[in-house]
Design a protein around this ligand. Sequence first.
Ligand SMILES: Cc1cc2nc3c(=O)[nH]c(=O)nc-3n(C[C@H](O)[C@H](O)[C@H](O)COP(=O)(O)OP(=O)(O)OC[C@H]3O[C@@H](n4cnc5c(N)ncnc54)[C@H](O)[C@@H]3O)c2cc1C
Length: 324
Amino acid sequence: MTQREPGPPPSSTANPPVEVKPLPARDAAAVRHVPFESPVRDVMDGAQRLEIKIHDHGFVALVDAMPRLVPEGQTADAAIVQAARVSYGQGTKKISEDRGLIRYLLRHRHTTPFEMVEFKFHIAMPIFIARQWIRHRTANVNEYSARYSVVPDRFYRPSSESVRKQSKANRQGGAELFGPEEAQTAAEFLRYLDDAEALYARYERLLESGVSRELARIGLPVSAYTQWYWKCDLHNTLRFLSLRMDPHAQEEIRVYADAMYALLAPIVPLTMEAFRDYELEGVHLTRLEMEALRGERRGGSGELASDNKREQDEWREKREKFGF
Ligand SMILES: Cc1cc2nc3c(=O)[nH]c(=O)nc-3n(C[C@H](O)[C@H](O)[C@H](O)COP(=O)(O)OP(=O)(O)OC[C@H]3O[C@@H](n4cnc5c(N)ncnc54)[C@H](O)[C@@H]3O)c2cc1C
């Protein structure tokens, strides 16, 4: 038997060329190759991936973008402007400047031009975060299969200093941290995580004993990591960021959303600037809040005409943002 030479690892470039059989002439003849009119640049600056590490084992990596190539000196915002100009045609003479156009589109919720830009991310996150993330149905997702492959021995655990107490104001949220005098409780929480992580050794033993991967995994904690490819258009990515960068979102998903914002900001800077101005740091007022403001201007107390505690709390938060 001849011994095989050690060769390079298999890669897409090592694949033998595939012969593509031409279609009947009536279809093939229609293709016209139109080159770019001016030099172009890669919006990811030639990178295979742009990655930000999250916690001990997580990451968000931008692995592709559409458009990937834009005219030199421009950003991927150009694809939004290009799409908008198709719909506005001559009307763009009035709002011809790109920045102004993008800000106008975002302010007036003319959203489809933002769907012309897409991003593909590779993300590693704990399963409890993936459960929140998957609710954003407008993305295309392909996840690591724990039926097909063994779950890696990686778990999310906060440091003892960052264990949060249950918030009194928000039933869904964690708020302040355990102080040094309550360190026992934070330590107890970490021991509880130790016990959950210790199940991994039993998972491995059960796999070795022949239990199927699809069943063995069901005893593992939701702090175990999963990963997926997540592709989404810019309009729905902004929606995701708006919900998950918000202070009401769980801190563990917020860090991922913040990282995605940081990755996208240099690629679509005009859009991200407008998104920050109108959505992230803008304040939307309800009718009752407007009336409270008008009343205050006329010398009234500025109180909200509502007996709902949550509405009152939200009004207080907004007033603080205004500096009242
Ligand atoms: C702070 C916070 C707390 C939350 N708490 C809970 C909770 O306790 N329980 C819970 O179950 N969820 C909870 N969620 C999830 C939340 O209800 C949404 O499911 C999630 O944020 C996705 O939002 P979305 O539907 O706008 O996103 P997407 O699914 O991306 O949808 C984007 C837009 O497309 C529309 N759309 C998408 N698919 C369809 C469809 N099939 N038909 C019609 N329209 C569609 C949506 O209406 C939306 O306008 C929470 C979310 C946040 C941010």
